[in-house]
Design a protein around this ligand. Structure first.
Ligand code: NAD
Length: 442
């Protein structure tokens, strides 16, 4: 099938490459000329395991192309995917300007019937807005070309996006057309062999399903984080509690890890956007507001522990930070807890010596060159003459470090662990002051 995808970010590029890999003919369009130039030269603008291989192979074999030319994009596919960003607007609602810009592009250039599929995370009612926009432009053009709007939200996880797209848990398709349902079934047939993963529903329910999924996951995290603060105060160990409740099959082990808060490009903005949608509809969503508030305060937890340990005397102190991305296996630093921590440390007059396996360029891009930030070449180099080590992202390679080297390199053997990756008893035995989440100070 011929497919055009607007937006070559984490969603558009991965989905485009995976659809091409399944045999479809995909053209990816982006307004960012640098990204498209890079992709044409085989340079992948994001870090995503497994992505370079399938982009290279499918480009070489002619199933995957890249362009900045919207006309070529509109001409190419009967299926037109919108996968552009929907960042939070000033009031927290999803900013739909990019989605509507693509709708306008399609409507302006289309010469044949199109199925317009929204993959971006968008508030309920957006498919109707896209429909109105396209209809209005076609009317201005004096054309009566048939088109359909579909909601097909994306559930991939950064860090395992390729695998998630190849084997999705479910494929949600919101449509009111039998014809479109048939086309979507054919499109996703290659991913549907093992069992039927496609769930058809009305468009509004599909749009809401995406928010419901992310808000539920964010709720689990904030619940555990809130509980971890209580556990700490009560002298309980939140990790024992986690295992205790996770063993209940109604609760399960996933997404109940306490930590220094959730970040990324999805949870924070999607929780905010759902709150905004509820406000606009005069519905009180107390739970979601609390989930957001708990997370915002949890992101400051590491800094508070550091502040308390050093009795507020942070001027001139150096902190080694391991992990900058909002979670392992990605270079994405959007809304990352590391940013809240670094900015608070700088505000307090401290210096940061940071290391991340893949997010260093992104960190440099965000913060530029500044005296209070040193990006170290290795995790070990970040430790040199630092007053403490802070673990913010639980990259696999941080889990079994050389503790002797840590003790030798630091001015004081102090470790703040925002992800509970170490055993408090073992660190205590090595003479390291160890602070983690919900387990008290050891
Ligand atoms: N990142 C994730 O893990 C994830 C997962 C599921 C859903 N989503 C949702 O998918 C959407 C895209 O997210 P992302 O992380 O891929 O975003 P991103 O910021 O990585 O990429 C968006 C791309 O869209 C491009 N763009 C903007 N306007 C354009 C236009 N008019 N025409 C063509 N391209 C345009 C930008 O240049 C950029 O390259 C968002 O709504 C997001 O909430 C993201």
């Amino acid at each position: 099938m011929k497919i055009s995808i607007y937006g070559v970010g984490y969603v558009g590029l991965v989905q485009g490459a995976v659809l091409a890999d399944a045999g479809h003919e995909v053209m990816c369009i982006d307004v960012d000329e640098n990204k498209i130039d890079d992709l044409k030269r085989g340079i992948i603008p994001i870090y995503e395991p497994g992505l370079p291989g399938i982009v290279e192979q499918n480009s070489r074999e002619g199933r995957l192309g890249f362009s900045t030319d919207p006309t070529a994009g509109v001409d190419h596919g009967e299926l037109q995917f919108i996968a552009v960003g929907t960042p939070p607007d000033e009031d927290g609602s999803a900013d739909l300007q990019h989605v509507l810009a693509v709708a306008e592009t399609i409507a302006t250039h289309m010469k044949a019937p199109k199925i317009i599929i929204n993959k971006s995370t968008v508030p309920v009612g957006t498919a109707d807005m896209v429909k109105d926009k396209v209809a209005q432009i076609l009317e201005q053009r004096g054309e009566a070309i048939e088109f359909f709007t579909v909601s097909n939200p994306e559930f991939l996880k950064e860090g395992s996006a390729v695998a998630d797209c190849k084997k999705p848990d479910r494929i949600i398709v919101g449509t009111d057309s039998e014809y479109v349902a048939g086309v979507m079934r054919e499109l996703y047939e290659p991913f549907n062999r093992n069992h039927d993963r496609i769930m058809f529903m009305d468009i509004r329910s599909a749009e809401l399903t995406k928010y419901a999924a992310n808000c539920m996951l964010a709720t689990k995290i904030s619940f555990m984080n809130e509980l971890s603060n209580l556990a700490e105060q009560l002298g309980a160990n939140i990790e024992s509690v986690r295992e205790g409740i996770g063993s209940d099959s109604r609760i399960g082990y996933s997404f109940i890890y306490p930590g220094c808060g959730y970040g990324g490009s999805c949870f924070p903005k999607d929780v905010q956007a759902l709150i905004r949608t509820a406000d606009q509809n005069d519905i009180e969503v107390q739970l979601m507001k609390s989930v957001e508030a708990v997370n915002n305060s949890q992101k400051r937890k590491l800094f508070e522990k550091i502040w308390d340990h050093f009795a507020g005397e942070l001027t001139g102190k150096r902190f080694a930070i391991w992990g900058l991305s909002f979670k392992p296996n990605t270079d994405d630093m959007r809304e990352a807890p590391s940013r809240v921590l670094m900015e608070a440390l700088w505000e307090a007059g401290a210096m940061v010596q940071a290391y991340d396996p893949v997010a260093m360029d992104e960190c440099q891009r965000i913060y530029g060159q500044r005296d209070e930030l040193m990006l170290a070449g290795t995790a070990e180099a970040a430790l040199k003459n630092a007053d403490a080590l802070v673990i913010v992202t639980e990259w696999q390679q941080f889990r079994a470090p050389d503790f002797d080297l840590i003790v030798e390199s630091l001015n004081h053997p102090v470790l703040f662990d925002g992800r509970n990756i170490f055993d408090p008893e073992r660190l205590k035995a090595r003479g390291i002051s160890y602070y983690s989440i919900g387990r008290g100070q050891q």
